[in-house]
Write a protein that binds this ligand. Structure first.
Ligand SMILES: *[C@@H]1O[C@H](CO)[C@@H](O)[C@H](O)[C@H]1NC(C)=O
Ligand SMILES: *[C@@H]1O[C@H](CO)[C@@H](O)[C@H](O)[C@H]1NC(C)=O
Ligand SMILES: *[C@@H]1O[C@H](CO)[C@@H](O)[C@H](O)[C@H]1NC(C)=O
Length: 191
């Protein structure tokens, strides 16, 4: 069998849980004049398209700058009563398009797209990722983040409206359970 086809067959079960679309990735408009400094710090996940792997709750992400100008990205969540986290690295690959970050969670995987569609820096952020496989089809992730554990419905609706306008299907987005009262950051630090 043609190895590309074989690769596709291997990938299918993994991606079927994501939004899968035929054709190449859409190219939404992104946050103009994206200011990384103002974006850094902690965000709570409000809604996302659920991924295929096991789900926890109270997902957070904390962005900070490393000495070498890469961005440290710490995703954390509570899973079966324990906090767990994963550290990744994001970079601005082209300074002329600062809202187009690339992200990787291992030294062995290439950067995936991690685009800031919109943010006001102080309350809400929309992040979008799309990977296309041989321009045949693509899988997409979308996250709505808040600076607090919940956002007014109006802000969530506006975020989705904006995504729809940019050709991104939000019908599979699900609310993230943020029913946690402790601050995870302190607890995961020494895991
Ligand atoms: C930046 O520093 C981090 C942590 O020290 C390291 O893992 C990463 O490889 C470095 N990246 C570059 C591009 O130097
Ligand atoms: C969005 O996706 C859902 C299910 O995946 C589909 O039923 C719906 O028609 C899509 N909407 C648009 C506007 O493409
Ligand atoms: C985010 O990460 C930075 C760098 O590791 C850390 O100094 C900071 O305390 C963290 N912020 C929060 C709110 O957890």
């Amino acid at each position: 069998m043609n190895s590309a086809v074989y690769f596709l067959l291997l990938m299918l079960p993994l991606i079927s849980a994501q939004i899968t679309r035929w054709g190449p990735c859409p190219t939404p408009r992104l946050q103009p004049n994206f200011n990384l400094e103002r974006y850094l710090g902690k965000w709570y996940e409000i809604e996302k398209i659920p991924t295929f792997f096991a789900q926890g709750k109270c997902d957070e992400v904390n962005y900070s700058l490393r000495n070498n100008d890469t961005i440290k990205v710490v995703n954390s969540q509570m899973f079966q009563g324990n906090y767990r986290y994963i550290e990744g690295t994001a970079v601005i690959q082209n300074t002329r398009q600062p809202a187009k970050l690339g992200i990787s969670f291992s030294n062995f995987t290439p950067y995936s797209t991690y685009w800031i569609v919109s943010t006001d820096y102080t309350s809400v952020a929309i992040v979008y990722s799309c990977t296309d496989i041989l321009h045949l089809f693509n899988y997409q992730y979308v996250w709505i983040y808040g600076r607090s554990r919940s956002l007014p419905a109006m802000k969530i609706n506006n975020a989705k409206k904006m995504l729809r306008k940019e050709g991104i299907n939000v019908s599979k987005m699900k609310r993230t359970d943020q029913n946690c009262n402790t601050d995870q950051a302190d607890r995961v630090a020494f895991c």
